[in-house]
Design a protein around this ligand. Structure first.
Ligand SMILES: [Zn+2]
Length: 311
């Protein structure tokens, strides 16, 4: 009798231990799902796994919810830009984008200030956003509801936030003095996400604001009235025409390279903050190898500010 009791006790203890172990396994699975939101890159092809583990669906769906996951192949929190989609795939059909869903917080103007530079060609570079004048420390708001994909410091953008929205659009907020949100955070239109500033490649405090669709910049003034600080319409029609500027920008860039090639005398590039040999090579349509040979340097050489590089 005593022996039967001990066996029973042992069996019960074993069951408790197993149950605890299962719980532990469950918790650790959820935890790893949760952290994957903020991991560098997560492949978003998880359907098969989810189908197999039906039980996990409800949990993982609520934890790994990502906006526009049907349009983007990844949730990359390391690289500011996502690969650009093929414009030719748009054909001539217009694609109507609902700018905000019913029941969302709608649109909120990121900062109510004067536009100091519009989208379009500017000096030798194409300007892919709209610059809004502000003072360092002014609050910058999220334009639409969404999830923070990027919150980091970059050489050119300075402190930059990228928010992905449910309709496939992403909005960029650059040159901030302070970032007040974290990667993976859900934000609502009107939330203060950071403070305006003058970080990165910027001359004077301003907000550089971009709107992109699957990596391709869109002129924000086609969607937003910067005079009235509101949307022009609740929907936006994406068409090939939206991206007509891409061909024009490429042409202008080619012309710039050609014209600088035609200038008399040796071409020289003066090294500026953030320059790398490969970036200089790209800019002038040459290669790092050629630059190294011409300048007697190695590809690993550290560039000095003001150093003259023969092109
Ligand atoms: Zn700008």
């Amino acid at each position: 009798m005593k022996r039967t009791f001990s066996i029973l006790l042992l069996f019960t203890l074993l069951r408790i231990a197993l149950a605890a172990n299962t719980d532990y396994h469950f918790i650790s699975t959820v935890y790893s799902q949760d952290t994957s939101i903020v991991a560098d890159t997560i492949p978003f092809v998880m359907e098969d796994e989810e189908d197999e583990e039906g039980e996990m669906d409800a949990v993982s769906d609520s934890l790994v919810y990502l906006p526009s996951s049907d349009l983007y192949s990844s949730w990359d929190t390391a690289h500011i830009h996502t690969p650009k989609f093929d414009i030719a795939s748009l054909k001539d059909d217009e694609k109507e984008l609902l700018l905000f869903a019913e029941g969302s917080c709608g649109y909120y103007h990121p900062f109510n200030g004067k536009v100091t530079s519009a989208f379009g060609p500017r000096r030798k570079r194409y300007h892919y956003g709209v610059d809004i004048d502000l003072e360092t420390g002014d609050g910058v708001s999220a334009a639409f509801d969404g999830k923070v994909r990027i919150a980091k410091k970059s050489k050119s953008y300075g402190n930059v936030i990228v928010i992905r929205h449910n309709n496939g659009l992403e909005t960029y907020y650059a040159h901030l003095s302070k970032i007040s949100v974290e990667i993976g955070q859900d934000v609502f239109a009107g939330d203060i996400i950071g403070l305006g500033g003058n970080t990165g490649r910027s001359r004077g405090s301003h907000l550089h604001f971009e709107v992109r669709y699957l990596g391709q910049p869109i002129d924000p003034s086609e969607i937003i009235s910067f005079d009235n600080q509101q949307l022009l319409s609740e929907t936006y029609c994406l068409s090939k025409k939206t991206f007509d500027y891409v061909a024009a920008a490429k042409k202008a860039a080619a012309k710039n390279i050609a014209s600088s090639k035609n200038k008399k005398g040796a071409r020289v590039h003066v090294v500026r903050k953030g320059d790398t040999l490969s970036a200089i090579a790209r800019k002038y349509g040459t290669t790092t190898k050629v630059l190294c040979k011409k300048n007697g340097i190695k590809s690993t050489s550290i560039l000095r500010l003001g150093q003259k590089i023969k092109i």
